[in-house]
Design a protein around this ligand. Structure first.
Ligand code: PEP
Ligand code: MG
Length: 854
C-alpha cells in the first residue's frame, strides 16, 4: 500500500499533499515528521474517495491490515480547505459483539456498552441512514440501551448489525464519500468559495482507547486565547480516570494552575501536561501557526490525534500573526498577507460579540461599520436632548439631510429607510465612525407617529432599545453583548510593515478638523477630498450657507460671502495645521441643493428670521429653487460658473489660510479641486478667476505661494474628454460615486430600495456603489486615466469616491496606474493593508490571505 498514493499509510516520506489528500492528511504527516506521538493513520486521496462515491471501493482488507486487529478505527474528512467542511467524523469503527466482551473486561461492561451503543446509533443514522427517531424512545443506557438499539437497528433494516470491521469501514467510507458529492453539501461549500469539483480526502486513524490504571482522558489545547490572541493556555480536558469532568470540559478553560474546583491537568498528569505544552510549542514553531492540539492521554502518556489552526476572531488573528513574525517564525510580509483587510473593521469599531444571540429584525445596507445600542429617537433634536441627558440614542430617519448632522453627532448609531452606500447618512456616518444602516426598506418608518415596524409586525417606539450592526447591516432588537475596539501595539506594528510594502498612496476624505485628526491618527498621506459644503452641516453655520444659496441680489450675496470667508479661512488653517505639510485637496462647493434647502418648518422659520422675511417667502423660494433632479441640477462647477463670487470667496479663504499656516511649519501647497466638471470651458472659466484671486492675495500680502488646481472627474463626459481637461489641471481626481450614478443612470440616494433584490437575482454581482464596477465604470476610469496621461504625462490621478476604501476596488485602481486613493478616515487602515497585500502579491507571486491551511 505504501506505493499506492490513493490509500497510503502516513509516514514521514509517504506521497501526501494538501492538493491530493487534503489539509488534515498533510498536517498529520507534518506531525509525524516532527516525531510527535500520532496514532497510525491511512490517508485516502481525493481520487480514491471520488471512486468510492462511484461505487469502486479500495482494497479494504489492505487498509484494515495496517492496524492492530484489536484496535478501533475512526474516519475523518480531509478537504483542501478546512472551511469547506465535510461529513462528520465516525468513531469506534470495529466495535462489535466480540470487541464488546473484550473491552468489558478492560474498562467495565457499562463503559464498553456506552461505547458500542454510540457507534451503533451513529452508524445507523449516518451510514445506514435510519431516521434518528428510531432511537428516540430508547431511554435506557448501558447494556440495556445497547440491547434495545441493536434490536431497533435489526427491525428497521431487516439485517443484524454488521460485525465485520472491514464491512463497517467500507460502509462508513462509502457514506462519507457520497455525502460529499451530494447537492446540498456541494452548494454549501461553493458558497464558501470552494470550486465545483473540490475533492475530499479521508483519513482512517487508529483510536486510542484511553483505558488503563493511570490518568486517561481526552481534550484539546492551544497556547493562545482564540478571542484575544493573547498568550494563554486554553482548551478542554475530559478525564476518564477521575470519573468526572475533572478539568472543565464544557467550560471554556483548561487551567495551567488549579481551576476553581481545585484540580487541573497539571495536577493529575504533570508530565503529560508538560509534554503537551512542548508539542504545541513545537507545532507552532514548525507549522508556523498557532495550532489547536487534539489529544488523548492514556495511562499518563500523550497521543496527538490531530492539529488544526486555532479558530480565531479578527483581533486574535492580527495579534497571532504579529507575534509569529516578532518571534521570527514567519517574515513580516507574511504576517501582512495573513490578515483579511475587511476584518480590520472589527478592530476599529465596537462589534456585537461573536457569541451573542442576535434578534434580527431586518437587514439593510451596511453603510458604516461598528455596532451600537441605544434608545430609539425619531428626530435630530431628540438625539441631542438624549445625549444631553447622557443617554445613548439611535437616530431613526426615513433619510437624513444636513439638518440631521447635529443629531447624528449626538447619536450612537443611525438607521434610515432610504439611501445607498453613498447617500448622505452613509457618507456622514462613515466620516464620523458612526455605525449606520441605510436602505432598511423592509421596515415601516412612521416618523410622525414615531413608530418603527419590523417586517415580523413588532412595533418599536421612542425609547425602545435597538442595536445597529453597521458591519453586517443587521438591525437587532435589544442589547446583545458587545466587544470593544482593539487598537493596540500589534495593530500599529502590522500597519508599519504594510506601509513598507505599499506602492499606491492612501489619503483620507476629511471635511472637519476632527476628521483630519482621525486621518492623521490612521497615518493617511494627506487629505484627498475635503467636501467644503460639509463644513456647513453644523446648525450654527447651516443658516449662513442657506442665506448664501438664497441670496437674490449681488449685494445680498456679497454680504453673506463676507461672513463666510473668515469661517472658511479658519477651517482651512486648522486642516493645514493638523496635516502638517501633507497635501490637502479642497473641493470647491458642490452642494446638491435639495440637501441644503430647509425642508422642516423649524428650518424654514430659522431662515426667515435670518433673512428677516416672512416664512411664506421662504417656502415660495424653496419651491422655486427645487429641482426635479437635484443631483443633476445646479451643483458643483455649475454653481461656480453661474455665481462665480462663491468660488472667489473660497479661493481667497484657501490662499489666505495657506499663507497663515505656512508662517509656522512646513510651507503649505493647497490643492484646489473643481467638482462635477463635464466640459473644458467650465475649467477654463473657473481657473481664470482662481488664478486671479491667487495673484490678488499674493500681491496684497506681498508673499508668493504655490497651489495646484485640479478637476474632479465624475461625469462620463469628463472621462471621455479627460485629455483636453488635463491640459488645464495638475491633477484629476475621479469621483466614482457620481460616476457610478451617472454611468448606470442609477440614483445613489434611491438605489437602496431595490439594490438587495438586484444583487440577490444576480443582476449586479455587488452593489456598484460599494465595489467598483470594473466592466462599465472601470472602463471609463481606464479611458480617463489613459487620455489624461496622454495629454499630460505628469498629471496626478486618483480616486476619491467611496470605492477608494474598498479592497477589491483598490486592486483595480492600482492596476490601472492611479497614484493614490482617498477614502473615509476609518477605512484608511483597511486601504493601507489591502494595498500592501497587492504589492506583496506581485512581488512574491502569492495571493492573500495566505496560510489559511497548514
Ligand atoms: C464622488 O462623486 O465620487 C465624490 C467623491 O463626491 P460626492 O460623494 O461628494 O458627490
Ligand atoms: Mg460627486
Amino acid at each position: 500500500m505504501q506505493n499506492n498514493p490513493d490509500t497510503t499509510l502516513i509516514t514521514a516520506t509517504a506521497p501526501v499533499a494538501t492538493a491530493t489528500h487534503g489539509g488534515r492528511a498533510k498536517c498529520l504527516q507534518r506531525l509525524v515528521r516532527l516525531d510527535l506521538p500520532v496514532p497510525r493513520t491511512v490517508a485516502l486521496s481525493f481520487s480514491a474517495v471520488h471512486d468510492i462515491a462511484q461505487g469502486h471501493l479500495p482494497d479494504i482488507p489492505a487498509i484494515v491490515s495496517q492496524f492492530d486487529p484489536t484496535s478501533l478505527l475512526c474516519v475523518r474528512p480531509s478537504s483542501e480547505d478546512p472551511d469547506w467542511g465535510g461529513p462528520g467524523a465516525v468513531l469506534n469503527i470495529g466495535m462489535n459483539d466480540a470487541r464488546f466482551v473484550e473491552l468489558s473486561d478492560r474498562m467495565g461492561a457499562e463503559a464498553a456498552a456506552a461505547l458500542y451503543l454510540r457507534f451503533v446509533q451513529t452508524y445507523a443514522i449516518h451510514v445506514a441512514r435510519l431516521d434518528p427517531d428510531v432511537f428516540d424512545e430508547i431511554e435506557a443506557d448501558g447494556r440495556e440501551g445497547l440491547r434495545q438499539s441493536l434490536r431497533a437497528y435489526e427491525d428497521e433494516t431487516d439485517e443484524s448489525f454488521p460485525q465485520d470491521p472491514g464491512e463497517q469501514l467500507a460502509a462508513v467510507l462509502r457514506s462519507m464519500a457520497r455525502a460529499w458529492e451530494g447537492t446540498s453539501a456541494r452548494l454549501l461549500r461553493q458558497a464558501k468559495g470552494a470550486p465545483a469539483d473540490a475533492g475530499l480526502g479521508l483519513v482512517v486513524q487508529e483510536m486510542i482507547p484511553g483505558v488503563g490504571q493511570g490518568e486517561c482522558g481526552s481534550g484539546v489545547l492551544q497556547l493562545v486565547d482564540p478571542t484575544t490572541g493573547k498568550r494563554q493556555i486554553t482548551g478542554r480536558y475530559l478525564s476518564q480516570s477521575q470519573g468526572r469532568d475533572a478539568l472543565g470540559a464544557g467550560a471554556e478553560a483548561l487551567y495551567l494552575e488549579k481551576d476553581p474546583r481545585g484540580v487541573s491537568l497539571e495536577d493529575v498528569a504533570p508530565e503529560a501536561f508538560a509534554a503537551l505544552k512542548q508539542h504545541a510549542a513545537l507545532m507552532r514553531q514548525k507549522l508556523r501557526e498557532e495550532m489547536q492540539v487534539e489529544f488523548v492521554i492514556e495511562n499518563g502518556h500523550v497521543h496527538i490525534l490531530d492539529g488544526v489552526r486555532v479558530p480565531r476572531s479578527a483581533r486574535a488573528a492580527l495579534r497571532i500573526a504579529v507575534r509569529l513574525a516578532e518571534d521570527g517564525i514567519i517574515p513580516p510580509q507574511e504576517a501582512v498577507m495573513r490578515i483579511d483587510p475587511h476584518s480590520i473593521n472589527e478592530l476599529l469599531h465596537r462589534q456585537v460579540h461573536p457569541q451573542a444571540r442576535r434578534d434580527v429584525l431586518t437587514t439593510g445596507i451596511a453603510a458604516s461599520p461598528g455596532a451600537a445600542t441605544g434608545k430609539i429617537v425619531f428626530t435630530a433634536a431628540e438625539a441631542q436632548a438624549g445625549a444631553a441627558r447622557g443617554e445613548s440614542c439611535v437616530l431613526v430617519r426615513r433619510e437624513t439631510s444636513p439638518e440631521d448632522v447635529r443629531g447624528m453627532h449626538a447619536a450612537v448609531a443611525v438607521l434610515t429607510e432610504r439611501g445607498g452606500m453613498t447617500s448622505h447618512a452613509a457618507v456622514i456616518g462613515r466620516g464620523l465612525g458612526l455605525p449606520c444602516i441605510v436602505g432598511a426598506s423592509e421596515m415601516e418608518f412612521q416618523s410622525k407617529a414615531r413608530i418603527l415596524k419590523a417586517p415580523d409586525g413588532r412595533v418599536f417606539r421612542t425609547g425602545d432599545i435597538l442595536t445597529i450592526d453597521g458591519s453586517t447591516g443587521q438591525v437587532l432588537a435589544g442589547e446583545p453583548a458587545m466587544m470593544e475596539a482593539a487598537l493596540d501595539d500589534s495593530f500599529q506594528t502590522l500597519m508599519a510593515w504594510a506601509d513598507a510594502e505599499r506602492d499606491i498612496g492612501i489619503r483620507a476624505n476629511a471635511d472637519t478638523p476632527a476628521d483630519a485628526q482621525t486621518a492623521r491618527n490612521f497615518d493617511a498621506q494627506g487629505i484627498g477630498l475635503c467636501r467644503t459644503e460639509h463644513m456647513f452641516f453644523d446648525p450654527g453655520r447651516l443658516t449662513v450657507m442657506r442665506e448664501m444659496i438664497f441670496a437674490a441680489t449681488p449685494s445680498g450675496r456679497k454680504a453673506v460671502l463676507e461672513r463666510l470667508l473668515p469661517m472658511q479661512r479658519d477651517d482651512f488653517v486648522q486642516l493645514f495645521r493638523i496635516m502638517e505639510g501633507k497635501p490637502v485637496c479642497i473641493r470647491l462647493f458642490d452642494p446638491p441643493l435639495h440637501e441644503f434647502l430647509p425642508t422642516t418648518r423649524a428650518g424654514q422659520r430659522e431662515l426667515a428670521e435670518a433673512l428677516d422675511i416672512p416664512i411664506s417667502d421662504v417656502t415660495r423660494r424653496v419651491e422655486a429653487m427645487s429641482e426635479y433632479n437635484p443631483m443633476l441640477g445646479l451643483r458643483g462647477v455649475r454653481l461656480g460658473v453661474t455665481v462665480p463670487e462663491i468660488y472667489d470667496m473660497q479661493a481667497r479663504a484657501i490662499f489666505e489660510a495657506t499663507l497663515e499656516a505656512s508662517r509656522r511649519g512646513e510651507p503649505v501647497v493647497p490643492e484646489v479641486m473643481i467638482p462635477l466638471v463635464s466640459a473644458k470651458r467650465e475649467v477654463e472659466l473657473v481657473k481664470a478667476r482662481i488664478d486671479a484671486v491667487a495673484a490678488a492675495v499674493a500681491s496684497e500680502r506681498g508673499q508668493e505661494f504655490d497651489y495646484r488646481l485640479g478637476v474632479m472627474v465624475e461625469t462620463p463626459r469628463a472621462c471621455l474628454r479627460a485629455d483636453e481637461i488635463a491640459h488645464c489641471a495638475s491633477f484629476l481626481s475621479f469621483g466614482t460615486n457620481d460616476l457610478t450614478q451617472m454611468t448606470y443612470g442609477l440614483s445613489r440616494d434611491d438605489a437602496g430600495r431595490f439594490m438587495s433584490a438586484y444583487v440577490r437575482q444576480g443582476v449586479f454581482t455587488e452593489d456598484p456603489f460599494h465595489v467598483l464596477d470594473r466592466d462599465g465604470v472601470g472602463e471609463l476610469l481606464k479611458l480617463g486615466v489613459e487620455r489624461g496621461r496622454r495629454a499630460k504625462p505628469e498629471v496626478t490621478v486618483s480616486v476619491c469616491g467611496e470605492h477608494g476604501g474598498n479592497p477589491e476596488s483598490i486592486a483595480f485602481c492600482r492596476a490601472a496606474g492611479f497614484d493614490y486613493v482617498s477614502c473615509s478616515p476609518f477605512r484608511v487602515p483597511v486601504a493601507r493593508l489591502a494595498a500592501a497585500q497587492l504589492a506583496i502579491s506581485d512581488k512574491l507571486g502569492v495571493s492573500a490571505p495566505v496560510n489559511r491551511y497548514i
